[in-house]
Design a protein around this ligand. Sequence first.
Ligand code: AP5
Length: 223
Amino acid sequence: MLTYIVLLGPPGVGKGTQSKFIASELSLPHISTGDIFRANIKQGNELGKLADSFISKGQLVPDDVTIALLRERFTQPDCKNGAILDGFPRTPAQADALQILLNSFGGKVNLVLFITAPTESLIERLAGRWSCRAQGHIFHERFNPPKVKGICDIDGSELYQRDDDKAETVLNRIQIYKKQTAPLIEYYTERRLLIEINGIEPIESVSMQVRSVVKKALSSSHG
Ligand code: AP5
C-alpha cells in the first residue's frame, strides 16, 4: 500500500524533527528537499551552486529544478512504498506536479500535517538549532540538546549551524513562506487532506499528536 504524508509549515516549526519520527515509525523514507539541496551544496556541483544562490538569500529554488529533483528521488528503490515529504510541495505549482506524479504510479497524498507555532518561537528554534553533518539529525541547544556539545547523539558526527539560520535570512524565509507556501493551506483544506498540529508544545507532545493523527488518517485513507 502506497503512503504519502506531506509536512507543511513555516521554517523552524519542527517539520524535520517530526518527519524523522514518522518515517522511522512507518518505515518510509524521509525526503527533505532542503537536505537534498544542502548535500549538493556540500558537493559543490552545478545543482548545489544554483540552489545555494537562492537558499543563501532565503528564497525558494525555482519550481522546475525542485520538481525534477523530487521526480528523480522517487525513482529510488526505498520509495517503493511511499514517502514522508518534508518541505515539498512549497508552491501550488509543486503541489499540482506532485499530484500528477503520484497519480502516474497509482499513489496520492494521504495526509498533510500542517504544523503551526508563533513567529517568536520559530526565530528562537532556528537560532538554537544544530544539525548533524552526516545525516541531518536535528538538535536544539535548549529544547533538545545533544548529550555532548557539538556531537550528534545518533551517529557521532559533527553538529553545525545552518547558514540560512542567520536572523536576517530567517525573516526573509518567513516572509517567503507567507507569500508562496501559505496558499497550500487552502489548497489542501479544499481537498480535505489537511490536519493542523499545534507545534508550540514540547517535541514529545507534538509527536504524540502527530502519531495519533497519522494513525487515524491512514486507517480511514487506506480503508
Ligand atoms: P528546508 O531545509 O526545508 O527549511 P525550512 O522549511 O525553512 O524548514 P527548517 O528545516 O528550517 O525547519 P523545520 O520545520 O524542519 O524545523 P526543525 O525540525 O529543524 O529548506 C531550506 C531552503 O531550501 C528553503 O529556504 C529553500 O530555499 C530551499 N527549498 C527546500 N525545499 C524547497 C522546495 N520544495 N521548493 C523550493 N525551494 C526549496 O526544528 C527547528 C529547531 O526547533 C530544531 O532545533 C529543533 O530541535 C527545534 N524544535 C522542533 N520542534 C520543537 C518543539 N516542538 N519545541 C521546541 N523546539 C523544537
